[in-house]
Design a protein around this ligand. Structure first.
Ligand code: PMM
Length: 285
């Protein structure tokens, strides 16, 4: 018997954690900023991640890095539309990373199959309506404010209980607004209005979030708390040298029941989630 996951409407069932590969079509994302800022290189990179075993390609046109410049939806759409269209036409399953209803609409028309909203519907109240009408999966992340101010809001008495309560409230509000619970994937928002201690506490207690009954997406890839953990002579580990630690966490959170990991380097995490699935199957047999 293999371990099971809650159903997400519109996606094939898998008996393992999924891998979402990241394509940031931005000049300023913290982890790969500028590397894929033009459509051709972004498409090429997305196809490479797909070939390496990604189950979804997450295309974003606005950086959420702490202190990042906000991008107008028209500019965001100009960045992502050709990339989403080309990846979907090539047969990749694409998710659109946006907080804006108009960008989600453009991306869904271009062939995206999933909407990933780091604000969980809090920035643009029209976005949940677009998702409800399209009937596609909706990734709802824990969010406390835009990246220019979010770290001022990294204050919790009990981070696990507070993130759980906030995600539970978003789930209820979105279902009340017309989404089906089966469309919703929850995400603790690692690094968003959270310091390293908060991130580790959440990762250590994913079971408290899984208890909400919806699948969990976890995004730790190359984030600062890994740079701090692996620091040498007080210098954080370089961003591009955080992929081994990211893959290690992919294995651990997948073994703990996460439904999807969002990563920049796909190959190692694709192996890691298979190792985790085999362990989960053994545990549940
Ligand atoms: N992290 C980033 C961007 N989008 N989406 C979800 N659902 N979860 C995350 O943790 C998340 C996200 C920031 O990372 P990047 O700038 O490297 O893409």
């Amino acid at each position: 018997m293999s371990a099971t996951y809650p159903i997400v409407r519109g996606l094939p069932t898998l008996d393992r954690c999924r891998v979402m590969g990241v394509v940031n079509v931005t000049p300023d994302s913290f982890s790969d900023g500028g590397a894929f800022a033009d459509a051709d290189s972004a498409v090429k990179h997305g196809l490479q991640l797909w070939a390496e075993g990604a189950d979804l390609i997450d295309v974003g046109g606005e950086s959420t890095r702490p202190g990042a410049t906000r991008v107008a939806p028209a500019e965001e759409q100009a960045r992502v539309e050709p990339v989403v269209a080309a990846l979907a036409a090539a047969g990749a399953m694409v998710s659109i990373d946006t907080m804006h209803a108009s960008t989600a609409r453009v991306a869904l028309r271009a062939g995206a199959s999933v909407v990933n909203d780091v604000s969980g519907g809090l920035v643009d109240p029209d976005l949940p309506r677009v998702v409800a009408d399209a009937g596609v999966p909706y990734v709802v992340m824990h969010w406390r404010g835009h990246s220019d101010h979010m770290q001022e809001r990294a204050s919790y008495t009990d981070v696990v209980a507070e993130v759980r309560a906030a995600l539970s409230a978003r789930l209820d509000a979105l279902v009340a607004a017309g989404l089906a619970a089966e469309q919703i994937v929850l995400d603790p928002g690692i690094g968003f209005a959270k310091d390293a201690e908060h991130n580790w506490a959440l990762l250590a207690h994913l079971d408290a979030l899984l208890d909400l009954g919806r699948p969990l997406l976890v995004g730790v890839s190359r984030k600062s708390f890994l740079g701090a953990l692996l620091a040498d002579d007080a210098e954080p580990r370089a961003v591009v040298d955080r992929d081994d630690a990211t893959a290690a966490l992919s294995a651990l959170v997948a073994a703990g029941g996460a439904w999807c990991v969002r990563v920049h380097e796909v190959r190692a995490s694709a192996d890691a989630v298979r190792v985790a699935a085999r362990l989960r199957t053994e545990r549940s047999s």
